[in-house]
Design a binder for this molecule. Structure first.
Ligand SMILES: [Ca+2]
Ligand SMILES: [Ca+2]
Length: 320
């Protein structure tokens, strides 16, 4: 009888885990650790740990503005949604995510409706938003405006901050594709392109054909690809051809701020003909979100007078 019950519980548990890939990764039950700028005491201490204890009856209260509280997860997760239950005095806040606890990305700026700041059971404001697979190990809420007078012990109160995510390893492998590819929506542009025999268009860099190439005429030569949306990038592969000596590959979410993911120097091969001297360089990336990829060639072995300063056959960017 006892064994039957135990087995039943086990099966029930297993089904729950397999069906719901998403868990509240911020909750202390799942390993989340909360810290804050400070916390106030009125009746009972309003510890930072009250923000992720799973109870709406407990809260964290910040004493100075801007008040902030952050939660570190027990590892990095792919974040799908965030839910914040703000309580009295909290007027405007932003929620940020971070992979390293240093560089933060604002995912929402929110102003609560004008409710009466009179008692914990009143005026809770629930704000929920969906996030497109952002990898993070930290979440932070920063309260920027309050309706409390300056003398008040509590400047801002948050009941609970929930962050739903899944392990990176649970991402379906089958959906990973070359998001740079033209037929997957990638659009290539470049600083310029040269013609010798045929025009070496930027679009040759993401046509999936290693027999065609883009050729830059001036240094530093660059070519970039905009994907049809933001993806989580897992790896990049660049097939460089003759004259291309050193380059870096960068990723960006907005086409303005770039992150260098690799700096590479090709081996010293003979710059004599397209079928020779290809250099294939592949880099694995730990889930970087991006909508743009760019290759910037920084050194060439071509003489200054040469039409082609750098040639790239293909730039492949794998993500989901
Ligand atoms: Ca709580
Ligand atoms: Ca090509």
């Amino acid at each position: 009888m006892i064994r039957k019950i135990a087995l039943g519980l086990f099966l029930c548990n297993a089904v729950l885990i397999s069906q719901s890939q998403l868990i509240n990764v911020a909750s202390s039950a799942n390993g989340g650790k909360a810290t804050a700028r400070d916390y106030g005491t009125y009746g009972s201490p309003r510890y930072p740990s009250n923000i992720n204890d799973g109870s709406l009856k407990t809260n964290w209260a910040g004493m100075r503005m801007p008040a902030w509280c952050q939660i570190e997860f027990n590892q990095e997760y792919i974040i799908k949604s965030v839910r914040c239950i703000a309580d009295y005095h909290t007027q405007s806040y932003r929620i940020e995510l971070s992979r390293d606890g240093t560089n933060w990305k604002t995912i929402t700026s929110h102003t609560t409706p004008d409710f009466k700041p009179s008692g914990e059971s009143e005026g809770a404001d629930i704000h929920e938003l969906q996030i497109n697979n952002y990898p993070a190990r930290f979440v932070r809420i920063v309260i920027t405006t309050t309706d409390a007078p300056r003398s008040h012990i509590f400047q801002a109160i948050i009941d609970e901050l929930e962050v739903f995510g899944s392990l990176s390893e649970q991402n379906p492998r089958k959906s990973i594709k070359d998001v740079a590819l033209a037929r997957n929506g990638g659009k290539a542009t470049a600083r310029d392109y040269g013609t010798y025999g045929t025009p070496r268009y930027p679009s040759n860099i993401n046509d999936g054909n290693p027999q065609t190439n883009w050729a830059g005429m001036r240094m530093p030569a660059w070519c970039q690809i905009e994907f049809n949306q933001e993806y989580i990038i897992k790896s990049v592969r660049c097939i460089a051809n003759y004259h291309t000596q050193s380059y870096r590959i960068e990723l960006s979410r907005d086409g303005t701020n770039w992150k260098t993911i690799t700096s590479h120097t090709t081996p010293d091969f003979k710059p004599s003909g397209e079928s020779e001297g290809k250099d294939i360089h592949e880099v694995r990336i730990n889930n970087y979100p991006a909508r743009f990829a760019r290759v910037v060639i920084t050194s060439t072995d071509a003489p200054h007078s040469h039409i082609f300063q750098a040639i790239i056959d293909d730039l492949e960017v794998f993500g989901y």
